[in-house]
Design a protein around this ligand. Structure first.
Ligand code: NAI
Ligand code: MG
Length: 494
């Protein structure tokens, strides 16, 4: 485990020498310490990134050359799969099989953007047919400059890859600030980048707290683009900060995503996706389908099965065999989720869960929790909890389901289940959300666009959309000198 930050190709301590604790949420024990970076460290990192961008060679290398570096980074991550996944379990708490998916996906993201970097060589320029005599024009894609990436703790290394891989593919240099709750896997990226041949200064990693290191990065005038994933209030603050120097921003924020289940869905299928939709990763998922709408005809039998299955979920340490549900990420998240559940009991019926599982009091564990019988105005129905808590309501008609699903200030994910695909497509079309699932909830693919409507964010990550976040577009228009033109001279000589 690294105990230094990564700046200009070297592992270094923080300017102040201060450190902070890295905590294992399964027992609340400190198992490591990393530097508590502040504005001075961010300044050093941004200057390194700036120099790497201005002096090159990274932004001017061919896409294939950059792609080769990214491919090696993906290979090295894949080689260290088991070790990195175990670090993720220790720092975040998630079950090992889910941590292994994260690392596989992370390697996949680097490999995908390696391909896109290579493709840039052929499509970095596009001719624009102007239809104007004597003029030709083309649009050229170029890296946006120095990117600042601020990431959350729910998928630590994977969320880093969603920003690092496309930024590097585009030719940007960058500063990455991991969450203070899960800093250790991101720090390994420095080593991986160095071994893959990434030039010094192109990727810098500063650990530290949001209001210190995070804020300094958002405010730094040397950063051209900010990419953020996390809570709505922090996203709003970052957007306001970015306004000062007119930085480009992309934001991936929270949600309260609906899952609409029609009565023609087999009960087992519905139960499986409802549970996965809210309980995987302990419900600490921005796109979790935390509001479930069930057609009246199957409401009672489906609820009965759901409760029965939710109670069977094995809760425990992420490294134990068969465990599906680990601790929440931290003491503060544990307190926050329990504090959301408590008042929920007075505005809704607690059907199951709602407490700390017996025997696991030493860790930050919360039982899979189901609420029913709340009004649409209830806080618990409307606000993001970011934990294993689902609210369930019945509906009568398709119109009513769509109206309730869309009645939210968020618009990240939305899902619909029905044997009638025409109906499912119709409902999918009516959802006001950026990511829509039909007959499933949550599967995420590197090639498809990811992001939210409304207060769930700005812009799209992943796929080609993710690469475009880190590219500027330049128009180059050429005039044919063999043609006569002298508007000013004609008019001034007259
Ligand atoms: P947060 O949004 O405050 O933190 C995310 C990242 O932003 C971290 O790296 C943090 O250090 C940084 N940050 C915090 N304040 C900052 C500031 N003023 N300037 C720049 N960077 C800053 O989320 P936090 O505190 O970890 O969790 C609070 C709640 O946010 C959670 O309970 C959950 O509801 C939500 N959340 C949503 C996520 C998502 O994927 N949509 C991910 C993590 C949290
Ligand atoms: Mg931790």
């Amino acid at each position: 485990m690294k105990d230094q930050m990564f700046i200009h190709g070297d592992y270094v301590g923080s300017a102040s020498g201060a450190m902070f604790d890295v905590v294992d949420p399964s027992n609340r024990e400190v198992f490591h310490r990393v530097p508590r970076g502040n504005g001075e460290d961010i300044d050093r990192a941004v200057k390194a990134a700036r120099k790497a961008f201005d002096d090159g060679p990274w932004p001017h290398m061919s896409g294939s050359e950059r792609g080769a570096v990214l491919r090696r980074m993906g290979d090295l991550i894949a080689e260290r799969r088991d070790e990195l996944a175990r670090l993720e379990v220790r720092d975040n708490g998630k079950p090992l099989p889910e941590a292994l998916w994260d690392i596989d996906d992370t390697a996949g993201v680097f490999h995908f953007y390696a391909d896109l970097a290579e493709r840039l060589d052929n499509n970095a320029e596009e001719d624009i047919p102007l239809g104007a005599e004597g003029f030709t024009s083309k649009a050229v894609k170029e890296p946006v400059g120095v990117a600042g990436a601020i990431i959350p703790w729910n998928f630590p290394l994977l969320m880093a890859s969603w920003k690092v891989a496309p930024a590097l593919a585009a030719g940007c240099s960058m500063v990455l600030k991991p969450s203070e709750l899960t800093p250790i896997t991101a720090l390994e990226l420095g080593d991986i980048a160095r071994k893959s041949g990434l030039p010094s200064g192109v990727l810098n990693i500063v650990t530290g707290f949001g209001p210190e290191a995070g804020r300094a990065l958002a405010e730094h005038p040397g950063v051209d683009k900010l990419a953020f994933t996390g809570s709505v209030p922090t996203g709003s603050r970052i957007m306001a900060t970015a306004a000062r120097y007119i930085k480009t921003v992309s934001l991936e924020l929270g949600g309260k995503s609906p899952l609409v289940v029609f009565a023609d869905t087999p009960i087992d299928e519905a139960v499986a996706w409802i549970m996965f939709g809210i309980f995987w990763n302990q419900g600490e998922v921005c796109s979790a389908t935390s509001r479930v709408l069930i057609e009246e005809a199957i409401y009672e039998p489906l609820m009965a099965r759901l409760v029965e299955e939710a109670r069977k979920i094995e809760i425990g340490h992420g490294l134990e065999d068969g465990v599906l549900h680990g601790p929440l990420v931290s003491q503060s998240q544990h307190e926050k989720v329990l504090a959301c559940i408590e008042p929920g009991k007075s505005e809704a019926r607690l059907v199951t869960g709602g407490g700390v599982p017996k025997g696991l009091e030493a860790g930050c564990y919360v039982e899979p929790t189901i609420f029913a019988d709340m009004d649409e105005s209830a806080w618990i129905w409307r606000e993001e909890i970011f934990g294993p808590v689902v609210c369930v309501k019945p509906f009568r008609t398709e119109d009513e389901a769509v109206r309730m699903a869309n009645d939210s200030r968020f618009g990240l994910g939305a899902a619909v289940m029905s044997a009638d695909l025409d109906r499912a497509e119709r409902v999918a079309g009516a959802f006001r959300a950026g990511i829509v699932w039909i007959n499933c909830s949550q599967p995420t693919f590197t090639k498809a666009p990811w992001g939210g409507y409304k207060q769930s964010g700005v812009g799209r990550e992943l796929g080609e959309w993710g690469l475009n976040n880190y590219l500027e577009t330049k128009q180059i228009t050429t005039f044919d000198r063999s043609r006569p033109w002298g508007w000013y001279l004609k008019n001034t000589n007259g």
